[in-house]
Design a protein around this ligand. Sequence first.
Ligand SMILES: [Zn+2]
Length: 96
Amino acid sequence: MIVLLIIAILVAIAVPLYISATNNAKMNTCKANLRTIDSCIMRYQVLQGGAYPASLDDITGMLKNNKLPTEPAGGSYLLSGTASGSWASCTVGHSC
Ligand SMILES: [Zn+2]
């Protein structure tokens, strides 16, 4: 009985830590992906004489394997922007 109690306490401590570490890893991976996509947007702008990409499809040729990285939390990446700039965003809500 004592052994089961100790195991239950250890599981109660370990599971939240595991979930937190997994979520942090996903967030940090997503941030790195967003920085990579943003650098491709800037590179596209330089190569196109100041024009911003109309969609993320315009920059996929600059990325590894010619495709957008996978969003680690199951979301996707979007091109956001205003008249003065464009940037990548994540549908899950991660940001750089
Ligand atoms: Zn994300």
